[in-house]
Design a protein around this ligand. Structure first.
Ligand SMILES: Nc1ncnc2c1ncn2[C@@H]1O[C@H](COP(=O)(O)OP(=O)(O)O)[C@@H](O)[C@H]1O
Ligand SMILES: [Mg+2]
Length: 187
């Protein structure tokens, strides 16, 4: 199975769907699966985050029944899939400014936009993936350059590129964009 993870708005759904088509695999969203089967896969509702609480054990049992080698699985949290047979973990990213506009277009309130931008700047999904699966499986992609990113994942699966693959960072530039965005949101 191929895991696709990243902060909301980073392009998981679009990229995972494209990748599954390209590789002739099936696409599965953990969020949708838990919604659909919430009576067994969820243990309640997190009011603050506005999302279902996942029952980790029940989710793993459910997934183990599926043909995992055929699946591209999108999950906000890669650690939920720890212990399953994973070929590669793709972390989707996009430029912080793009992420801001994508989340704004989605109609997220300022507080939620900030939380997600912060998670992106602090590499939350990446660190979670590295902790759960180790460096040898993790590949970061920039979803603002789709074809290049699809090719990269293909090269990793073909053994031509060896993970980890990290995107270049300019943290100073990212944080100054973050401050700019903060000013916009405070207006
Ligand atoms: N390559 C891309 N170029 C431009 N916009 C994109 C791209 N990928 C995704 N988007 C836009 O960004 C938003 C978030 O994408 P989505 O795949 O739903 O992210 P996620 O599943 O991580 O929340 C969507 O509105 C989508 O149209
Ligand atoms: Mg999505």
């Amino acid at each position: 199975m191929i895991v696709v993870s990243g902060v909301p708005g980073s392009g998981k759904t679009c990229f995972a769907r494209l990748l599954s088509k390209e590789l002739n695999m099936d696409y599965l969203s953990i969020t949708s699966l838990v919604q659909e089967k919430r009576s067994t896969l969820s243990s309640g509702f997190d009011e603050r985050r506005g999302s279902l609480i996942v029952n980790d054990e029940a989710l793993l049992n459910e997934l183990r029944r599926l043909p995992l080698d055929r699946l591209v699985v999108e999950s906000i949290s890669p650690s939920l899939l720890e212990g399953l047979p994973v070929q590669v973990v793709v972390i989707t990213r996009c430029p912080v400014r793009d992420l801001f506009f994508r989340l704004e277009r989605r109609g997220y309130p300022p507080q939620k936009i900030l939380e997600n931008l912060e998670a992106e700047l602090l590499d939350v999904p990446l660190i979670e993936a590295l902790n759960s699966f180790g460096e040898d499986l993790v590949v970061e992609v920039d979803t603002s350059v789709v074809d290049k990113s699809l090719n990269l994942v293909r090269s990793v699966l073909d053994g031509k590129v060896r993970p980890p693959v990290f995107l270049p960072r300019d943290k100073d530039a990212e944080f100054s964009i973050f401050e700019e965005i903060l000013k916009i949101l405070r207006k």
